[in-house]
Design a protein around this ligand. Structure first.
Ligand code: ATP
Length: 447
């Protein structure tokens, strides 16, 4: 199957199954924005919480903040985003008027229609807005293009109020906005997207050590969550392609159906941000303690990833087509199964009465009640049992609990495992314990 068709299939599955919808679809969509549906939000929350666990909770010296999206516009002068640092070079086809980044075009030939493109012009990627009723330049502000700047502005507030000692980290998850010229590839490049960033502050002499630490740690996180080793690599970004603030950049890249692309950046930002904000604001964002009596600007190692990009990578990696079907009363010649890690899957356990008969559905609802606060759970009684297994396979649910007539007499149920398709009879009273055990074992097999 062509890469384009594979992406079309994935996009269509995610829409049909309630993961991701085009935003404002009834008006024809808008500006490469997407809405998460009920299953998408579960999965996005899983990604964010797994990141929190690994980056924040696993490190006693990392704390989380949640800064404003619209900061004092002087922030963006100091950070370099208002200058040439955050501009793309834009060209436009003189025939079809499609616009591209300069780097996407060869010999001034439009990639869409072959027309001649204009000379490149510089274009700032920050989204503008106005604060208050007057739409004048003095009232102009910007939606943040990265989440980390409020971390730098609040550096002293966080360090002092939490009594943090170097080295330490400040993390943040939140929306960022970029007026991308040519957004494409679905969740990969959006204009409004969520980032998970962590700024690790340290002394300059230890930046190389910490860069290695965070790079390896982040790579391991992806592998532990089941991403295929062959589809992951690290890319040392050459100096000429680094962002204006960076001293060293390594990208974690994933092999999407549309090619190898960055999913996360590990950056050495030096003391660029703290020193520039100190200069521009007149407030010293420096650090001292007993071991460092002379105040200085700590250096920063940053990890920066996008929730949507990661979701797309995890889904592309897990998407499998089984020709001839998976059996179990299937009528289709080809079936889709999403082999997602149980920690990422929107639903952990599906509760399925064998048939829609009151004696079975009542029992199934009892089980739903018993499990609902311990697992991400879905109750489904519509359609044949084979079809319902297929639906759960498509959304990556690791376990299904089926209630049949024997359940009524023996007080037990069948637990079906998505990967092996093995079915095991389990006593209802032991169900919470056994389900947790099965989920843990499937995690163990992943890493
Ligand atoms: P690219 O070169 O792909 O535009 P970038 O190098 O500008 O990315 P960073 O500024 O390093 O990206 O952002 C860090 C992370 O934020 C990226 O690795 C990606 O996961 C996410 N991200 C950045 N821009 C977007 C976007 N337009 N849509 C979705 N996620 C994004």
């Amino acid at each position: 199957m062509s890469e384009e068709n594979l992406m079309k299939e994935i996009v269509s599955l995610l829409k049909r199954r309630g993961f991701v919808y085009p935003s404002s679809e009834i008006y024809g969509g808008f500006g490469a924005s997407y809405d998460y549906g009920p299953l998408g939000i579960e999965m996005a929350n899983n990604i964010k919480n797994l990141w929190r666990t690994d980056v924040i909770r696993a490190h006693s010296q990392v704390v989380e903040t949640d800064g404003a999206i619209i900061l004092n516009p002087r922030t963006w002068e100091a950070s370099g985003h208002l200058g040439s640092g955050f501009a793309d070079s834009l060209v436009e086809c003189q025939k079809c008027h499609h616009r591209f980044k300069e780097e996407e075009v060869e010999d001034r030939r439009c990639p869409d229609c072959g027309g001649t493109t204009t000379e490149p012009r510089s274009y700032n990627l920050m989204m503008k807005t106005f604060i208050g009723p007057l739409e004048s330049t003095q009232n102009q502000a910007y939606l943040r293009p990265e989440t980390c700047q409020s971390i730098f502005l609040d550096f002293r507030l966080v360090a002092d109020s939490m009594r943090l000692k170097l080295p330490f980290g400040i993390a943040q998850i939140g929306k960022s906005f970029r007026n991308e010229i040519n957004p494409k590839n679905f969740l990969y490049r959006q204009r409004e997207f969520e980032q998970m960033e962590m700024e690790w502050f340290t002394v300059e002499s230890e930046t190389d050590k910490w860069f290695e630490y965070w790079k390896e740690r982040r790579l391991k996180w992806y592998l532990d969550l089941g991403l295929n080793k062959e589809n992951l690599r690290l890319f040392e970004v050459p100096k000429s392609e680094m962002a204006h603030y960076a001293r060293r950049v390594v990208d974690v890249e994933y092999k999407f159906p549309f090619g190898w692309h960055e999913i996360e950046g590990i950056h050495n930002r030096g003391d660029f941000d703290l020193s520039n904000h100190s200069q521009h604001s007149g407030r010293e964002l420096n650090y001292s303690d007993n071991d460092h009596p002379e105040a200085f600007y700590p250096h920063v190692i940053e990890t920066s990833a996008g929730v949507g990009r990661l979701m797309l990578a995890f889904i592309c990696d897990a998407y499998q087509k089984v020709s001839g079907g998976r059996g179990e009363q299937s009528q289709r010649s080809e079936e889709v199964v999403m082999q997602l890690s149980s920690r990422l899957a929107p639903i952990e356990v599906a509760v399925l009465p064998l048939m829609k008969k009151p004696e079975l559905t009542n029992k199934a609802k009892e089980i739903f009640e018993q499990l609902k606060f311990s697992f991400r759970i879905q109750y489904d009684e519509t359609g044949s049992i084979g079809r319902r297994y297929r639906r759960q396979d498509e959304i990556g649910t690791p376990l299904a609990v089926t209630i049949d007539y024997d359940s009524l007499e023996q007080n037990d149920v069948t637990v079906r495992d998505r990967i092996s398709m093995k079915q095991t009879r389990i006593a209802i009273e032991k169900l919470p314990l056994v389900l947790r055990q099965f989920l843990n074992e499937s995690q163990f097999n992943e890493s």
